[in-house]
Design a protein around this ligand. Sequence first.
Ligand SMILES: Nc1nc2c(ncn2[C@@H]2O[C@H](COP(=O)(O)OP(=O)(O)O)[C@@H](O)[C@H]2O)c(=O)[nH]1
Ligand SMILES: [Mg+2]
Length: 361
Amino acid sequence: MLEIGIIGLPNVGKSTIFNALTKAHAEVANYPFATIDKNIGVVAVPDPRLEALLPVYSRGERIPKSTPTTIEFIDIAGLVKGASRGEGLGNQFLAHIREVSAVAHVVRCFEDPDIVHVTGRVDPINDIATIHTELALADIGTLEKRLERLRRSAKASKVDADLVEQCETVIDELSAGIPARNSQVALPQEFPLLTAKPVIYICNVSEADLTQDNPYLAEVHKVAADEGAEVVVISAKIEQELTELSESDAQEFLGDLGIETTGLTRLINKSYALLDLLTFFSGNTKEIHAWTVTSGTKAPAAAGKIHTDFERGFIRAEVIEWDKAVEAGSISRAKTHGWVRTEGKDYVVKDGDVIQFLFSV
Ligand SMILES: Nc1nc2c(ncn2[C@@H]2O[C@H](COP(=O)(O)OP(=O)(O)O)[C@@H](O)[C@H]2O)c(=O)[nH]1
Ligand SMILES: [Mg+2]
């Protein structure tokens, strides 16, 4: 499961965004520690290609059910200055961040005298630095604990001696403000470093600033560019309002605002790019389904997303590109055009592939 942890200082709009995303009812309140529990929401990934495939698998009046692929968002509260030393909610947030695939870091770029800012004024760069420091301190703590043991085993093991050196380099980098994801050394995967996670900055701007320039955005873009992170500009308030409208009213509202896609859609698209994910489709007359895999996934592993038997008993895959399937109007017609390819176990799945797996168990 692809999980995105929403982090940021209190009162930046995390829960508002989370609620808009999940249309669930996590607590939203003008109070720093309103959301103590880890809130998890599963969100459908909007993909117009899925609906476009419906006619391909329809039989007369019978239209299959369509099931989108999903992404999980976790509203992680509790990050404040000093959190790595146990301030505020303490460091329970650390465990939550460790579990996610990527971090969506919400940065307050809206002014509102009614909404308390933890430091008293809107200052995204300072806020980002505060969070970076807490995450870096937590990582340094993790590495130092590891080093205690590694230094002992390093006497007998060259591998561990090298690890000691690598850990020390990463600690130096972290102390200099360089997150582990930008490190020169690649520590083994099992090191649970928070600053190693890919990051998307969500700039939460006021309604008006969605279509006009906001003085803070350039600053955040610069920080992100230096780190190789993504940026999404959204207005949490608008996302919240959009969830209360019918689909046609929402479209009209977006049109009035002069924007094409919702913040949710942009956030998911960026998450996909950041995590190197792609979508493939499977279908029959009953159901068509979108699935998410990491780029580079081979056909048998992709089949395993649908059912473990498909992977275990994989024989071959019949693959057609999404737009070709739509153009043909049905799989049998696509076959007569010669647009359906037979692929074996070494086939690397591509974004937009429509795949039928043949298997035997
Ligand atoms: N004016 C304005 N208020 C916002 C915006 N986003 C969130 N808020 C308000 O700020 C307060 C804190 O938001 P919340 O989502 O609970 O922040 P969290 O502490 O980061 O989870 C709530 O009263 C929200 O309604 C925004 O874009 N503009
Ligand atoms: Mg909250």
